[in-house]
Write a protein that binds this ligand. Structure first.
Ligand SMILES: Cc1cc2nc3c(=O)[nH]c(=O)nc-3n(C[C@H](O)[C@H](O)[C@H](O)COP(=O)(O)OP(=O)(O)OC[C@H]3O[C@@H](n4cnc5c(N)ncnc54)[C@H](O)[C@@H]3O)c2cc1C
Length: 556
Protein backbone atom coordinates (compact mmCIF):
# COMPACT_ATOMS: atom_id res chain seq x y z
CA UNK A 1 0.00 0.00 0.00
CA UNK A 2 1.36 3.36 -1.01
CA UNK A 3 0.30 5.76 1.78
CA UNK A 4 0.64 8.69 -0.60
CA UNK A 5 -0.95 7.43 -3.78
CA UNK A 6 -3.63 5.21 -2.31
CA UNK A 7 -4.48 7.99 0.11
CA UNK A 8 -8.12 8.54 0.83
CA UNK A 9 -10.25 10.40 -1.67
CA UNK A 10 -11.28 13.33 0.58
CA UNK A 11 -9.56 15.20 3.38
CA UNK A 12 -12.54 15.06 5.74
CA UNK A 13 -15.62 12.93 6.40
CA UNK A 14 -18.94 14.44 5.25
CA UNK A 15 -22.38 13.70 3.82
CA UNK A 16 -23.03 16.13 0.99
CA UNK A 17 -26.79 16.09 1.59
CA UNK A 18 -26.36 17.41 5.13
CA UNK A 19 -24.32 20.47 4.15
CA UNK A 20 -25.56 23.83 2.84
CA UNK A 21 -25.83 23.64 -0.97
CA UNK A 22 -24.87 26.38 -3.42
CA UNK A 23 -25.35 26.15 -7.19
CA UNK A 24 -23.62 27.95 -10.01
CA UNK A 25 -22.71 27.49 -13.65
CA UNK A 26 -18.94 27.90 -13.23
CA UNK A 27 -16.90 27.55 -10.07
CA UNK A 28 -13.44 29.12 -10.24
CA UNK A 29 -11.03 28.13 -7.46
CA UNK A 30 -8.59 31.04 -7.26
CA UNK A 31 -8.90 34.76 -7.88
CA UNK A 32 -5.41 35.59 -9.22
CA UNK A 33 -4.83 36.65 -12.82
CA UNK A 34 -5.81 33.27 -14.30
CA UNK A 35 -8.95 32.69 -12.24
CA UNK A 36 -10.17 36.26 -12.55
CA UNK A 37 -9.72 36.34 -16.32
CA UNK A 38 -11.56 33.03 -16.65
CA UNK A 39 -14.37 34.27 -14.39
CA UNK A 40 -14.97 37.40 -16.46
CA UNK A 41 -15.18 35.30 -19.64
CA UNK A 42 -17.42 32.63 -18.13
CA UNK A 43 -19.72 35.35 -16.76
CA UNK A 44 -20.66 36.25 -20.34
CA UNK A 45 -22.54 32.95 -20.40
CA UNK A 46 -23.86 32.39 -16.88
CA UNK A 47 -23.29 32.64 -13.14
CA UNK A 48 -19.83 32.32 -11.67
CA UNK A 49 -18.48 31.86 -8.16
CA UNK A 50 -14.81 32.66 -7.51
CA UNK A 51 -13.08 31.39 -4.36
CA UNK A 52 -9.98 32.82 -2.71
CA UNK A 53 -8.67 31.25 0.44
CA UNK A 54 -7.59 34.64 1.83
CA UNK A 55 -8.18 38.13 0.48
CA UNK A 56 -8.02 38.53 -3.31
CA UNK A 57 -4.89 40.61 -2.83
CA UNK A 58 -3.03 37.62 -1.31
CA UNK A 59 -1.87 35.89 -4.49
CA UNK A 60 1.28 35.29 -6.46
CA UNK A 61 -0.23 37.62 -9.04
CA UNK A 62 -0.34 40.53 -6.60
CA UNK A 63 3.30 39.92 -5.65
CA UNK A 64 4.71 39.85 -9.20
CA UNK A 65 7.40 42.49 -9.54
CA UNK A 66 9.11 41.99 -12.87
CA UNK A 67 6.53 42.57 -15.56
CA UNK A 68 4.32 40.96 -18.16
CA UNK A 69 5.54 39.87 -21.58
CA UNK A 70 3.66 40.49 -24.81
CA UNK A 71 4.41 41.50 -28.38
CA UNK A 72 3.09 45.02 -29.04
CA UNK A 73 6.08 46.76 -30.63
CA UNK A 74 6.92 46.95 -34.31
CA UNK A 75 10.08 45.01 -35.01
CA UNK A 76 9.20 42.33 -32.46
CA UNK A 77 7.20 39.28 -33.53
CA UNK A 78 5.31 36.42 -31.87
CA UNK A 79 7.75 34.14 -33.72
CA UNK A 80 10.67 35.71 -31.81
CA UNK A 81 8.79 35.42 -28.50
CA UNK A 82 8.06 31.79 -29.35
CA UNK A 83 11.74 31.14 -30.07
CA UNK A 84 12.85 32.64 -26.74
CA UNK A 85 10.25 30.61 -24.83
CA UNK A 86 11.33 27.38 -26.52
CA UNK A 87 14.97 28.03 -25.62
CA UNK A 88 14.08 28.55 -21.93
CA UNK A 89 11.87 25.43 -21.97
CA UNK A 90 14.87 23.22 -22.83
CA UNK A 91 13.13 20.80 -25.17
CA UNK A 92 9.93 20.15 -23.20
CA UNK A 93 7.64 22.95 -24.43
CA UNK A 94 4.54 22.08 -26.35
CA UNK A 95 5.02 24.35 -29.33
CA UNK A 96 1.30 24.77 -30.03
CA UNK A 97 0.78 25.95 -26.44
CA UNK A 98 3.59 28.47 -26.76
CA UNK A 99 2.20 29.68 -30.08
CA UNK A 100 -1.30 30.11 -28.66
CA UNK A 101 0.00 32.26 -25.82
CA UNK A 102 2.54 34.41 -27.64
CA UNK A 103 0.23 35.04 -30.61
CA UNK A 104 -2.46 36.31 -28.22
CA UNK A 105 -0.03 38.30 -26.07
CA UNK A 106 -0.53 41.74 -27.62
CA UNK A 107 -4.32 41.41 -27.64
CA UNK A 108 -4.34 40.26 -24.00
CA UNK A 109 -2.29 43.29 -22.92
CA UNK A 110 -4.45 45.70 -24.90
CA UNK A 111 -7.56 44.20 -23.36
CA UNK A 112 -6.08 44.61 -19.88
CA UNK A 113 -5.38 48.28 -20.62
CA UNK A 114 -8.94 48.71 -21.88
CA UNK A 115 -10.07 47.32 -18.50
CA UNK A 116 -8.08 50.05 -16.77
CA UNK A 117 -4.62 48.59 -16.12
CA UNK A 118 -1.94 51.19 -16.46
CA UNK A 119 1.55 50.36 -17.69
CA UNK A 120 4.54 52.67 -17.25
CA UNK A 121 4.83 54.94 -20.28
CA UNK A 122 7.84 56.10 -22.25
CA UNK A 123 8.56 59.68 -23.41
CA UNK A 124 6.00 59.28 -26.23
CA UNK A 125 3.26 58.47 -23.71
CA UNK A 126 2.87 54.88 -24.96
CA UNK A 127 3.49 51.86 -22.68
CA UNK A 128 7.26 51.40 -22.56
CA UNK A 129 8.54 47.93 -23.41
CA UNK A 130 11.56 46.75 -21.40
CA UNK A 131 14.12 44.06 -22.05
CA UNK A 132 14.60 41.15 -19.64
CA UNK A 133 16.91 38.13 -19.38
CA UNK A 134 16.10 35.48 -22.01
CA UNK A 135 13.99 37.83 -24.17
CA UNK A 136 15.55 38.83 -27.49
CA UNK A 137 13.39 41.96 -27.82
CA UNK A 138 11.95 44.63 -25.54
CA UNK A 139 8.50 43.20 -24.74
CA UNK A 140 8.12 43.41 -20.97
CA UNK A 141 5.59 45.89 -19.58
CA UNK A 142 5.71 47.23 -16.02
CA UNK A 143 3.44 49.14 -13.69
CA UNK A 144 4.70 51.40 -10.93
CA UNK A 145 8.26 50.24 -11.66
CA UNK A 146 8.16 46.99 -9.69
CA UNK A 147 4.45 46.68 -8.89
CA UNK A 148 3.11 45.11 -12.09
CA UNK A 149 1.38 42.24 -10.32
CA UNK A 150 -0.35 44.51 -7.82
CA UNK A 151 -1.72 46.61 -10.68
CA UNK A 152 -2.91 43.54 -12.62
CA UNK A 153 -4.55 42.07 -9.51
CA UNK A 154 -6.22 45.43 -8.79
CA UNK A 155 -7.52 45.62 -12.35
CA UNK A 156 -8.89 42.07 -12.63
CA UNK A 157 -10.36 42.17 -9.11
CA UNK A 158 -12.18 45.41 -9.99
CA UNK A 159 -13.43 43.80 -13.20
CA UNK A 160 -14.81 40.84 -11.25
CA UNK A 161 -16.47 43.11 -8.67
CA UNK A 162 -18.09 45.11 -11.49
CA UNK A 163 -19.58 42.00 -13.10
CA UNK A 164 -22.97 41.20 -11.54
CA UNK A 165 -22.86 37.53 -12.62
CA UNK A 166 -19.71 36.95 -10.52
CA UNK A 167 -19.81 36.30 -6.78
CA UNK A 168 -16.43 36.37 -5.06
CA UNK A 169 -16.10 34.35 -1.86
CA UNK A 170 -12.97 35.46 -0.02
CA UNK A 171 -11.59 33.52 2.97
CA UNK A 172 -13.25 30.44 1.49
CA UNK A 173 -10.96 27.40 1.38
CA UNK A 174 -11.60 24.67 -1.20
CA UNK A 175 -10.84 21.32 0.43
CA UNK A 176 -11.68 18.93 -2.38
CA UNK A 177 -13.20 18.57 -5.80
CA UNK A 178 -16.45 16.59 -5.75
CA UNK A 179 -16.92 13.50 -7.89
CA UNK A 180 -19.98 11.21 -7.77
CA UNK A 181 -17.73 8.22 -7.13
CA UNK A 182 -14.14 7.68 -6.05
CA UNK A 183 -13.21 6.07 -9.37
CA UNK A 184 -10.37 7.76 -11.27
CA UNK A 185 -11.98 9.49 -14.26
CA UNK A 186 -15.29 10.34 -12.55
CA UNK A 187 -16.53 13.85 -13.48
CA UNK A 188 -15.92 16.81 -11.22
CA UNK A 189 -19.22 18.36 -10.09
CA UNK A 190 -17.96 21.20 -7.90
CA UNK A 191 -16.15 21.42 -4.59
CA UNK A 192 -16.52 21.13 -0.85
CA UNK A 193 -15.42 24.37 0.78
CA UNK A 194 -14.88 25.85 4.22
CA UNK A 195 -15.72 29.51 4.72
CA UNK A 196 -14.18 31.24 7.70
CA UNK A 197 -17.62 32.46 8.78
CA UNK A 198 -20.12 30.01 7.26
CA UNK A 199 -18.20 26.74 7.71
CA UNK A 200 -18.52 23.80 5.32
CA UNK A 201 -20.54 24.22 2.13
CA UNK A 202 -21.09 22.27 -1.07
CA UNK A 203 -20.74 24.29 -4.28
CA UNK A 204 -22.11 22.49 -7.35
CA UNK A 205 -21.09 23.67 -10.82
CA UNK A 206 -21.35 22.60 -14.46
CA UNK A 207 -17.65 23.39 -14.86
CA UNK A 208 -14.97 23.78 -12.22
CA UNK A 209 -11.88 25.78 -13.11
CA UNK A 210 -8.86 25.24 -10.92
CA UNK A 211 -6.73 28.40 -10.78
CA UNK A 212 -5.24 28.00 -7.34
CA UNK A 213 -1.69 29.09 -8.13
CA UNK A 214 1.65 27.74 -7.05
CA UNK A 215 3.47 25.75 -4.43
CA UNK A 216 6.41 27.86 -3.23
CA UNK A 217 5.54 27.31 0.44
CA UNK A 218 6.70 23.69 0.05
CA UNK A 219 10.18 25.17 0.54
CA UNK A 220 11.71 26.80 3.59
CA UNK A 221 12.97 29.60 1.35
CA UNK A 222 10.37 30.99 -1.00
CA UNK A 223 9.37 34.21 -2.70
CA UNK A 224 5.68 33.18 -2.63
CA UNK A 225 2.96 34.46 -0.30
CA UNK A 226 1.69 32.07 2.36
CA UNK A 227 -1.36 31.01 0.28
CA UNK A 228 0.88 29.08 -2.14
CA UNK A 229 0.58 25.72 -0.38
CA UNK A 230 -0.10 23.51 -3.42
CA UNK A 231 -3.75 22.87 -2.48
CA UNK A 232 -4.93 22.76 -6.08
CA UNK A 233 -2.30 20.25 -7.13
CA UNK A 234 -3.23 18.01 -4.21
CA UNK A 235 -6.99 18.21 -4.72
CA UNK A 236 -6.64 17.57 -8.46
CA UNK A 237 -4.53 14.51 -7.69
CA UNK A 238 -7.08 13.21 -5.19
CA UNK A 239 -9.81 13.70 -7.83
CA UNK A 240 -7.84 11.55 -10.29
CA UNK A 241 -6.34 14.23 -12.58
CA UNK A 242 -2.91 13.67 -14.09
CA UNK A 243 -0.03 15.86 -12.92
CA UNK A 244 2.99 16.42 -15.19
CA UNK A 245 6.67 17.31 -14.86
CA UNK A 246 6.55 17.94 -11.14
CA UNK A 247 10.36 17.98 -10.80
CA UNK A 248 10.54 21.39 -12.43
CA UNK A 249 10.54 24.08 -9.75
CA UNK A 250 12.11 27.39 -10.65
CA UNK A 251 14.26 29.10 -8.02
CA UNK A 252 14.90 32.82 -7.90
CA UNK A 253 18.44 33.91 -7.09
CA UNK A 254 17.79 36.91 -4.89
CA UNK A 255 15.28 36.97 -2.05
CA UNK A 256 15.91 39.18 0.96
CA UNK A 257 17.51 37.02 3.65
CA UNK A 258 16.91 38.31 7.14
CA UNK A 259 15.78 36.20 10.09
CA UNK A 260 12.09 36.79 10.66
CA UNK A 261 11.56 38.65 7.36
CA UNK A 262 9.43 36.91 4.78
CA UNK A 263 11.64 36.13 1.82
CA UNK A 264 10.67 39.15 -0.23
CA UNK A 265 11.93 39.04 -3.77
CA UNK A 266 14.51 41.43 -5.15
CA UNK A 267 13.73 41.51 -8.82
CA UNK A 268 16.15 40.43 -11.51
CA UNK A 269 15.73 43.89 -12.98
CA UNK A 270 17.87 45.21 -10.11
CA UNK A 271 20.82 43.21 -11.43
CA UNK A 272 19.77 44.31 -14.90
CA UNK A 273 20.35 47.90 -13.74
CA UNK A 274 23.86 47.02 -12.56
CA UNK A 275 23.64 45.59 -9.01
CA UNK A 276 26.50 43.20 -8.17
CA UNK A 277 26.67 39.99 -6.15
CA UNK A 278 29.38 39.87 -3.48
CA UNK A 279 30.61 37.06 -1.24
CA UNK A 280 30.95 37.32 2.54
CA UNK A 281 34.32 39.05 2.07
CA UNK A 282 32.79 41.63 -0.29
CA UNK A 283 34.29 40.17 -3.52
CA UNK A 284 32.39 39.57 -6.77
CA UNK A 285 32.19 35.86 -7.65
CA UNK A 286 29.96 35.73 -10.75
CA UNK A 287 32.56 36.87 -13.34
CA UNK A 288 34.53 33.64 -12.77
CA UNK A 289 31.42 31.53 -13.28
CA UNK A 290 29.72 32.88 -16.39
CA UNK A 291 30.64 35.36 -19.13
CA UNK A 292 27.43 37.29 -18.39
CA UNK A 293 28.38 37.45 -14.69
CA UNK A 294 25.41 38.74 -12.63
CA UNK A 295 23.21 38.68 -15.75
CA UNK A 296 23.72 34.97 -16.39
CA UNK A 297 20.50 32.90 -16.63
CA UNK A 298 18.49 32.73 -13.40
CA UNK A 299 19.37 29.09 -12.66
CA UNK A 300 23.09 29.63 -13.19
CA UNK A 301 23.05 32.56 -10.76
CA UNK A 302 20.97 30.66 -8.17
CA UNK A 303 23.28 27.65 -8.30
CA UNK A 304 26.39 29.83 -8.11
CA UNK A 305 25.03 31.59 -5.02
CA UNK A 306 24.24 28.27 -3.30
CA UNK A 307 27.76 27.00 -4.03
CA UNK A 308 29.23 30.24 -2.73
CA UNK A 309 27.14 29.98 0.44
CA UNK A 310 28.31 26.37 0.93
CA UNK A 311 31.94 27.50 0.43
CA UNK A 312 31.45 30.17 3.08
CA UNK A 313 29.93 27.65 5.48
CA UNK A 314 26.37 29.06 5.29
CA UNK A 315 24.58 32.37 5.55
CA UNK A 316 23.93 34.47 2.46
CA UNK A 317 25.64 36.59 -0.16
CA UNK A 318 25.30 40.35 -0.62
CA UNK A 319 23.56 42.34 -3.33
CA UNK A 320 25.36 45.61 -3.86
CA UNK A 321 23.09 48.31 -5.31
CA UNK A 322 25.17 51.21 -4.04
CA UNK A 323 26.36 52.11 -7.53
CA UNK A 324 22.82 52.45 -8.96
CA UNK A 325 21.40 55.91 -9.29
CA UNK A 326 17.71 56.53 -8.62
CA UNK A 327 17.08 53.12 -7.01
CA UNK A 328 14.03 54.28 -5.04
CA UNK A 329 12.44 55.85 -8.13
CA UNK A 330 13.01 52.82 -10.34
CA UNK A 331 12.12 50.23 -7.65
CA UNK A 332 9.76 51.98 -5.23
CA UNK A 333 8.20 48.78 -3.87
CA UNK A 334 11.57 47.14 -3.15
CA UNK A 335 12.96 50.34 -1.61
CA UNK A 336 9.89 50.54 0.61
CA UNK A 337 10.20 46.93 1.70
CA UNK A 338 13.93 47.38 2.48
CA UNK A 339 13.17 50.50 4.51
CA UNK A 340 10.95 48.38 6.78
CA UNK A 341 14.11 46.46 7.70
CA UNK A 342 16.12 49.64 8.05
CA UNK A 343 18.05 48.97 4.85
CA UNK A 344 18.83 51.69 2.33
CA UNK A 345 19.95 50.25 -1.01
CA UNK A 346 21.95 53.37 -1.82
CA UNK A 347 24.14 52.85 1.28
CA UNK A 348 23.73 49.30 2.61
CA UNK A 349 24.60 45.91 1.22
CA UNK A 350 21.49 43.70 1.01
CA UNK A 351 21.66 40.09 2.31
CA UNK A 352 20.20 37.75 -0.34
CA UNK A 353 19.67 34.03 -0.83
CA UNK A 354 17.89 31.96 -3.53
CA UNK A 355 14.27 30.97 -2.95
CA UNK A 356 11.69 28.67 -4.54
CA UNK A 357 9.77 30.86 -6.94
CA UNK A 358 7.61 29.21 -9.58
CA UNK A 359 6.00 25.76 -9.99
CA UNK A 360 6.61 24.80 -13.61
CA UNK A 361 4.98 21.36 -13.42
CA UNK A 362 1.28 21.01 -12.67
CA UNK A 363 -2.09 19.61 -13.64
CA UNK A 364 -1.80 18.42 -17.23
CA UNK A 365 -4.13 20.24 -19.61
CA UNK A 366 -4.76 20.66 -23.29
CA UNK A 367 -4.92 24.01 -25.05
CA UNK A 368 -8.52 24.63 -23.87
CA UNK A 369 -7.44 24.19 -20.24
CA UNK A 370 -9.13 20.77 -20.08
CA UNK A 371 -7.70 18.17 -17.72
CA UNK A 372 -8.26 14.45 -18.18
CA UNK A 373 -11.10 14.60 -15.65
CA UNK A 374 -14.42 15.64 -17.22
CA UNK A 375 -15.80 18.88 -15.80
CA UNK A 376 -12.41 20.07 -14.54
CA UNK A 377 -10.27 22.73 -16.21
CA UNK A 378 -6.95 24.02 -14.84
CA UNK A 379 -5.16 27.26 -15.69
CA UNK A 380 -2.33 29.48 -14.48
CA UNK A 381 0.48 28.33 -12.23
CA UNK A 382 -1.37 25.22 -11.01
CA UNK A 383 -1.56 23.91 -14.59
CA UNK A 384 0.96 22.49 -17.03
CA UNK A 385 -0.37 23.35 -20.48
CA UNK A 386 3.00 22.95 -22.19
CA UNK A 387 4.04 26.63 -22.27
CA UNK A 388 7.02 26.46 -19.93
CA UNK A 389 8.52 23.05 -20.72
CA UNK A 390 11.40 22.47 -18.31
CA UNK A 391 11.78 26.11 -17.28
CA UNK A 392 9.77 29.31 -17.34
CA UNK A 393 10.85 32.31 -19.35
CA UNK A 394 10.58 35.36 -17.07
CA UNK A 395 7.33 37.38 -17.38
CA UNK A 396 5.50 34.68 -19.36
CA UNK A 397 3.34 33.46 -16.48
CA UNK A 398 1.13 36.51 -16.01
CA UNK A 399 0.52 36.41 -19.76
CA UNK A 400 -0.30 32.70 -19.62
CA UNK A 401 -2.91 33.44 -16.94
CA UNK A 402 -4.61 36.04 -19.12
CA UNK A 403 -4.62 34.02 -22.34
CA UNK A 404 -5.59 30.63 -20.97
CA UNK A 405 -7.94 32.25 -18.46
CA UNK A 406 -9.94 33.63 -21.37
CA UNK A 407 -9.83 30.31 -23.22
CA UNK A 408 -10.97 28.34 -20.14
CA UNK A 409 -13.76 30.86 -19.51
CA UNK A 410 -14.95 30.32 -23.11
CA UNK A 411 -14.77 26.58 -22.59
CA UNK A 412 -16.95 26.86 -19.49
CA UNK A 413 -19.33 28.99 -21.56
CA UNK A 414 -19.45 26.24 -24.17
CA UNK A 415 -20.54 23.75 -21.50
CA UNK A 416 -23.43 26.08 -20.67
CA UNK A 417 -24.41 26.57 -24.31
CA UNK A 418 -24.52 22.83 -24.93
CA UNK A 419 -27.02 22.75 -22.09
CA UNK A 420 -25.17 20.44 -19.76
CA UNK A 421 -27.65 20.42 -16.87
CA UNK A 422 -26.57 22.14 -13.66
CA UNK A 423 -25.00 19.62 -11.34
CA UNK A 424 -26.13 18.20 -8.06
CA UNK A 425 -26.94 17.87 -5.42
CA UNK A 426 -25.43 14.40 -5.69
CA UNK A 427 -25.31 12.24 -2.60
CA UNK A 428 -21.60 11.90 -1.85
CA UNK A 429 -20.54 10.29 1.38
CA UNK A 430 -16.98 10.45 2.63
CA UNK A 431 -16.96 7.91 5.37
CA UNK A 432 -13.58 8.11 7.06
CA UNK A 433 -12.83 7.70 10.73
CA UNK A 434 -10.24 9.42 12.85
CA UNK A 435 -7.16 7.24 13.13
CA UNK A 436 -6.05 6.06 16.52
CA UNK A 437 -2.49 7.22 15.91
CA UNK A 438 -1.14 9.81 18.34
CA UNK A 439 -1.88 13.49 17.77
CA UNK A 440 0.77 15.33 15.80
CA UNK A 441 2.41 18.72 16.09
CA UNK A 442 1.28 20.27 12.80
CA UNK A 443 3.63 23.25 12.91
CA UNK A 444 6.52 20.84 13.35
CA UNK A 445 5.50 18.68 10.36
CA UNK A 446 5.11 21.80 8.24
CA UNK A 447 8.49 23.26 9.09
CA UNK A 448 10.27 19.86 8.87
CA UNK A 449 8.74 19.32 5.43
CA UNK A 450 9.82 22.76 4.20
CA UNK A 451 13.35 22.25 5.49
CA UNK A 452 13.59 18.77 3.98
CA UNK A 453 12.41 20.08 0.62
CA UNK A 454 14.97 22.87 0.74
CA UNK A 455 17.85 20.57 1.74
CA UNK A 456 17.04 17.51 -0.35
CA UNK A 457 14.85 18.63 -3.25
CA UNK A 458 16.21 22.14 -3.75
CA UNK A 459 18.38 23.73 -6.37
CA UNK A 460 20.92 20.95 -6.67
CA UNK A 461 19.66 17.40 -6.28
CA UNK A 462 21.28 13.98 -5.91
CA UNK A 463 19.71 10.54 -6.12
CA UNK A 464 20.64 9.67 -2.55
CA UNK A 465 19.23 12.85 -1.01
CA UNK A 466 16.07 12.53 -3.09
CA UNK A 467 15.66 8.90 -1.97
CA UNK A 468 16.07 9.95 1.67
CA UNK A 469 13.44 12.65 1.26
CA UNK A 470 11.10 10.28 -0.54
CA UNK A 471 11.34 7.68 2.24
CA UNK A 472 10.87 10.39 4.85
CA UNK A 473 7.74 11.77 3.17
CA UNK A 474 6.28 8.27 2.77
CA UNK A 475 6.86 7.67 6.47
CA UNK A 476 5.38 11.01 7.56
CA UNK A 477 2.41 10.37 5.25
CA UNK A 478 1.49 7.23 7.23
CA UNK A 479 0.69 9.20 10.37
CA UNK A 480 -0.26 12.58 8.85
CA UNK A 481 -2.55 11.73 5.94
CA UNK A 482 -4.70 9.46 8.11
CA UNK A 483 -5.68 12.35 10.41
CA UNK A 484 -8.82 14.44 10.20
CA UNK A 485 -8.29 18.15 10.73
CA UNK A 486 -10.94 20.77 11.05
CA UNK A 487 -9.20 23.87 9.75
CA UNK A 488 -7.05 25.01 6.81
CA UNK A 489 -3.80 24.71 8.76
CA UNK A 490 -4.13 20.92 8.87
CA UNK A 491 -5.50 20.59 5.32
CA UNK A 492 -2.62 22.64 3.96
CA UNK A 493 -0.04 20.40 5.62
CA UNK A 494 -1.73 17.32 4.17
CA UNK A 495 -1.75 18.92 0.71
CA UNK A 496 1.87 20.00 1.03
CA UNK A 497 2.99 16.53 2.05
CA UNK A 498 1.33 14.90 -0.94
CA UNK A 499 2.75 17.40 -3.42
CA UNK A 500 6.22 17.43 -1.82
CA UNK A 501 6.31 13.66 -2.29
CA UNK A 502 5.27 14.02 -5.93
CA UNK A 503 7.95 16.63 -6.66
CA UNK A 504 10.52 14.36 -5.01
CA UNK A 505 9.46 11.24 -6.92
CA UNK A 506 9.51 13.12 -10.18
CA UNK A 507 12.97 14.58 -9.43
CA UNK A 508 14.26 11.11 -8.53
CA UNK A 509 12.82 9.66 -11.72
CA UNK A 510 14.34 12.38 -13.93
CA UNK A 511 17.97 11.24 -14.16
CA UNK A 512 19.26 14.23 -16.07
CA UNK A 513 19.81 17.96 -15.69
CA UNK A 514 17.38 19.95 -17.80
CA UNK A 515 15.89 23.42 -17.44
CA UNK A 516 15.51 24.22 -13.75
CA UNK A 517 16.05 20.61 -12.62
CA UNK A 518 19.68 19.95 -11.71
CA UNK A 519 20.90 16.46 -10.76
CA UNK A 520 24.57 16.57 -9.70
CA UNK A 521 25.25 13.05 -11.05
CA UNK A 522 23.93 13.87 -14.54
CA UNK A 523 25.70 16.78 -16.19
CA UNK A 524 23.22 17.62 -18.95
CA UNK A 525 19.96 16.73 -20.62
CA UNK A 526 19.55 13.15 -21.85
CA UNK A 527 17.56 12.39 -25.00
CA UNK A 528 15.66 9.48 -23.38
CA UNK A 529 14.28 11.95 -20.81
CA UNK A 530 12.94 14.33 -23.42
CA UNK A 531 9.45 13.26 -22.38
CA UNK A 532 6.85 14.39 -19.86
CA UNK A 533 6.58 12.38 -16.64
CA UNK A 534 2.96 11.94 -15.59
CA UNK A 535 1.58 11.07 -12.17
CA UNK A 536 -1.91 9.90 -11.27
CA UNK A 537 -3.63 8.67 -8.13
CA UNK A 538 -3.49 4.92 -7.61
CA UNK A 539 -0.24 4.64 -9.55
CA UNK A 540 2.92 5.35 -7.57
CA UNK A 541 5.21 5.55 -10.59
CA UNK A 542 5.74 7.87 -13.52
CA UNK A 543 4.19 7.18 -16.90
CA UNK A 544 5.94 8.94 -19.74
CA UNK A 545 4.40 10.83 -22.63
CA UNK A 546 6.26 12.11 -25.69
CA UNK A 547 6.63 15.87 -26.02
CA UNK A 548 3.94 17.19 -28.35
CA UNK A 549 5.60 18.81 -31.35
CA UNK A 550 4.37 21.92 -33.09
CA UNK A 551 1.61 21.81 -35.65
CA UNK A 552 4.33 21.80 -38.31
CA UNK A 553 5.53 18.53 -36.74
CA UNK A 554 8.98 19.90 -36.07
CA UNK A 555 10.53 19.37 -32.67
CA UNK A 556 12.97 22.02 -31.60
C1 LIG B 1 7.39 37.45 -5.83
C2 LIG B 1 6.93 37.02 -7.19
C3 LIG B 1 7.26 37.74 -8.32
C4 LIG B 1 6.83 37.32 -9.58
N1 LIG B 1 7.12 38.10 -10.67
C5 LIG B 1 6.57 37.77 -11.88
C6 LIG B 1 6.72 38.62 -13.00
O1 LIG B 1 7.35 39.66 -12.90
N2 LIG B 1 6.15 38.25 -14.18
C7 LIG B 1 5.42 37.10 -14.33
O2 LIG B 1 4.91 36.82 -15.42
N3 LIG B 1 5.26 36.28 -13.27
C8 LIG B 1 5.79 36.58 -12.05
N4 LIG B 1 5.60 35.76 -10.98
C9 LIG B 1 4.79 34.56 -11.17
C10 LIG B 1 3.33 34.95 -11.31
O3 LIG B 1 3.03 35.97 -10.39
C11 LIG B 1 2.41 33.77 -11.02
O4 LIG B 1 2.83 32.64 -11.70
C12 LIG B 1 0.98 34.08 -11.45
O5 LIG B 1 0.57 35.29 -10.91
C13 LIG B 1 0.06 32.95 -11.01
O6 LIG B 1 -1.25 33.36 -11.20
P1 LIG B 1 -2.44 32.38 -10.82
O7 LIG B 1 -3.69 33.10 -11.13
O8 LIG B 1 -2.20 31.06 -11.43
O9 LIG B 1 -2.28 32.15 -9.23
P2 LIG B 1 -2.26 33.19 -8.04
O10 LIG B 1 -2.13 34.58 -8.49
O11 LIG B 1 -1.27 32.71 -7.05
O12 LIG B 1 -3.71 33.02 -7.40
C14 LIG B 1 -4.06 31.85 -6.70
C15 LIG B 1 -5.45 32.02 -6.12
O13 LIG B 1 -5.89 30.75 -5.66
C16 LIG B 1 -6.44 30.88 -4.36
N5 LIG B 1 -6.33 29.59 -3.68
C17 LIG B 1 -5.23 28.82 -3.52
N6 LIG B 1 -5.56 27.70 -2.84
C18 LIG B 1 -6.88 27.78 -2.57
C19 LIG B 1 -7.79 26.96 -1.88
N7 LIG B 1 -7.45 25.80 -1.31
N8 LIG B 1 -9.08 27.36 -1.80
C20 LIG B 1 -9.48 28.54 -2.32
N9 LIG B 1 -8.66 29.37 -2.99
C21 LIG B 1 -7.38 28.97 -3.11
C22 LIG B 1 -5.63 32.01 -3.74
O14 LIG B 1 -6.34 32.54 -2.64
C23 LIG B 1 -5.50 32.95 -4.93
O15 LIG B 1 -6.67 33.74 -5.04
C24 LIG B 1 6.05 36.14 -9.71
C25 LIG B 1 5.71 35.42 -8.58
C26 LIG B 1 6.13 35.85 -7.32
C27 LIG B 1 5.74 35.05 -6.11
Amino acid sequence: MDALFDHRRYLIPFRSSLLPQIFTDTLVIGGGVAGARAAVEAARHGEVIVLAKGELSASNTAWAQGGIAGVMEEGDTPEAHLGDTLVAGAGLCDEDAVRLIVENGGAALRELMAWGASFDAGADGRPAAGLEGGHSAARIYHSGGDATGAEIQRCVSAMMRATPEIRVFERCFALDLMTPSSEVGASVLGAITHHQRYGLQMIWARTTILASGGAGVLYRETSNPRVATADGLAMASRAGATLADMAFVQFHPTALYLPGASRALISEAVRGEGALLLDAAGRRFMPEIHPMAELAPRDVVSQAIMRQIAKQGGGHVWLDCRGLSGFAARFPGIADMLRKFELDASKDLIPVHPAAHYMVGGVRTDLRGRTDVPGLLAIGEVAACGLHGANRLASNSLLEGLVLGRVAGEEAGRAMRTDTPRQGPVPVVSDIRPSDHAEIDLADVRSSLRSAMWRNVGLERTGSRLRDASEMFDFWARYTLDKIFDDPEGWEVQNMLLVAALVTRSALWREESRGCHLRSEFAGAREEFRVHDLWRRGRGEAVVEPVHLGSDGVGR
